[in-house]
Design a protein around this ligand. Structure first.
Ligand SMILES: *[C@@H]1O[C@H](CO)[C@@H](O)[C@H](O)[C@H]1NC(C)=O
Ligand SMILES: *[C@@H]1O[C@H](CO)[C@@H](O)[C@H](O)[C@H]1NC(C)=O
Ligand SMILES: *[C@@H]1O[C@H](CO)[C@@H](O)[C@H](O)[C@H]1NC(C)=O
Ligand SMILES: *[C@@H]1O[C@H](CO)[C@@H](O)[C@H](O)[C@H]1NC(C)=O
Length: 432
């Protein structure tokens, strides 16, 4: 009898471990790619976000943004060596990849590029087979050194911003060669691509790069901003000007992007505008109103024309009387107005609608730019990371339970649990 009890307790214990581990990862089979802006650590006050603030259980993939390109050696390199590799002896690269120990199964990649890196240097890299070879070898070495699972390519964008028409073919070659070189060390290769149809045509041979990328995140935001000199949505679900999430996704699928590799990018920020004329009524719908070429800044991100979701919800919570808020149903976008200041943004409702859309289209999942501007302190809703939670809630709401992708370690634990459960049931049976 005591043996049965021991076996029974052992079973419970093992299930306990499995459950405890199971809780540490999203409960669905979709991808949730979370970019982490490494410079968010330098934001002031409550905006500062470092690796310690991260909650990886809301993500299946983390991407450290960004590394850069050294054009003297054509190698990948840190853009902030003090923070990435040296700070407190172990830098943020290793702090981030060490999260894998607590979150088995999570994939942690290094992003290279981003807006500030421009396009020209990448154009020159991609144009030469020899440079590509040097670069590819350098990435394998670099990723291994810091323990990353893969590389995320964020060249913005082949064929524009100082690039050349040949970039399209050269980028395809670079992606193919990277993929070949990554097969044996089993490194992931992903990319973030433009959502703009014209840029897509200029930049990507979609069927070709789709063969070699593990997934492709479409940056379905920045459709509009102060440059339009009109209040227009940052990331509308639909629109009648061809600039919307649905337009981009439909276009990419038509061009041959496989749905099971396509990841829908979600903005965790809004865009700010200053109206040329303060509206007479505070509860006007500002979409379409004329605006200045410059917007205003959020207190933490300090970037003109941009406000993180945390900054928006903090402003609305702090001065609810000053702001009037609304919702444009045609484009599925939230807005808030305070005198001549306007912010258009994705709230929890729009994000959930987009995640539903990604599910409906059977996409691989969703990506967020970037997790560091969710309400990560829980100041607005009394709960931390309300957007990340909402995303995972929608994804977990499947018609039937689907087991999450299980890490090799976790699955051996699970197998062990099943074996001991079976054993203990047999033993209970025999004893009774
Ligand atoms: C770029 O590479 C060159 C040559 O290897 C090296 O001397 C230089 O320090 C590197 N620059 C950076 C910023 O890493
Ligand atoms: C299991 O986890 C340990 C520590 O987290 C790791 O060193 C080992 O490589 C993992 N094994 C597999 C098969 O992934
Ligand atoms: C291209 O590389 C050079 C040399 O490393 C660097 O000075 C320059 O800033 C890079 N271009 C952009 C747009 O970042
Ligand atoms: C789950 O999905 C169904 C069908 O899409 C929807 O009607 C329901 O409201 C969802 N439940 C939650 C809790 O999101």
């Amino acid at each position: 009898m005591s043996f049965t009890v021991v076996a029974f307790l052992l079973t419970i214990l093992l299930f306990g471990i499995y459950d405890a581990r199971g809780l540490l990862k999203p409960k669905h089979n979709k991808v949730v790619v979370c970019y982490v802006a490494s410079w968010a650590a330098y934001r002031p006050d409550k905006g500062a976000f470092s690796i310690g603030n991260l909650r990886p259980e809301f993500c299946t993939h983390l991407i450290y943004a960004f590394a850069g390109l050294n054009i003297s050696s054509w190698t990948i390199s840190s853009l902030d060596p003090w923070a990435d590799t040296e700070k407190d002896v172990i830098g943020n690269y290793r702090k981030m990849t060490a999260l894998r120990q607590q979150y088995p199964g999570i994939k942690i990649s290094l992003g290279i590029g981003g807006w500030n890196e421009g396009s020209k240097n990448y154009s020159q890299l991609a144009s030469s087979p020899e440079r590509r070879r040097t670069f590819i070898a350098s990435t394998i070495e670099f990723l291994k050194t810091y323990g990353f699972d893969g590389l995320d390519f964020d060249w913005e964008f082949p064929g524009s911003r100082g690039g050349v028409p040949d970039d399209k073919q050269n980028f395809a070659s670079l992606v193919k060669e990277l993929s070949d070189a990554y097969r044996e060390p089993r490194l992931l290769l992903t990319a973030a691509i433009s959502a703009d149809k014209k840029t897509i045509d200029q930049a990507y041979n979609i069927p070709e790069v789709s063969k070699y990328l593990d997934h492709i995140s479409v940056m379905a935001y920045d459709y509009h901003g102060t440059w339009d000199k009109k209040v227009l949505p940052n990331s509308p679900l639909r629109s009648n000007d061809g600039l919307s999430v649905e337009d981009s996704v439909t276009y990419l699928l038509q061009r041959g992007a496989p749905a099971e590799k396509l990841v829908l990018g979600l903005p965790m920020y809004g865009r700010t505008f200053i109206l040329t004329k303060e509206p007479e009524e505070s509860n006007v719908n500002p979409i379409g109103l004329p605006a200045l070429i410059t917007g205003f800044k959020g207190p933490y991100t300090g970037q003109e024309g941009f406000m993180g979701f945390n900054e928006i919800c903090e402003a609305l919570t702090k001065d609810p009387k000053d702001w009037s808020t609304g919702w444009d149903n045609d484009i599925s976008t939230a807005y808030a107005i305070k005198q001549d200041h306007v912010v258009v943004y994705d709230n929890i409702k729009t994000i959930m609608t987009k995640v539903e859309y990604a599910k409906k289209k059977k996409l691989a999942g969703v990506m967020v730019w970037s997790i560091d501007t969710d309400d990560f302190r829980g100041d607005c809703y009394g709960s931390e990371f309300p957007i990340m939670k909402a995303i995972n809630k929608v994804l977990a709401n499947t018609t039937a339970f689907v087991a999450p992708p299980i890490a090799p370690n976790a699955s051996s634990v699970q197998l062990f649990s099943y074996i001991s459960l079976t054993l203990s049931i047999i033993m209970i049976y025999l004893t009774v």
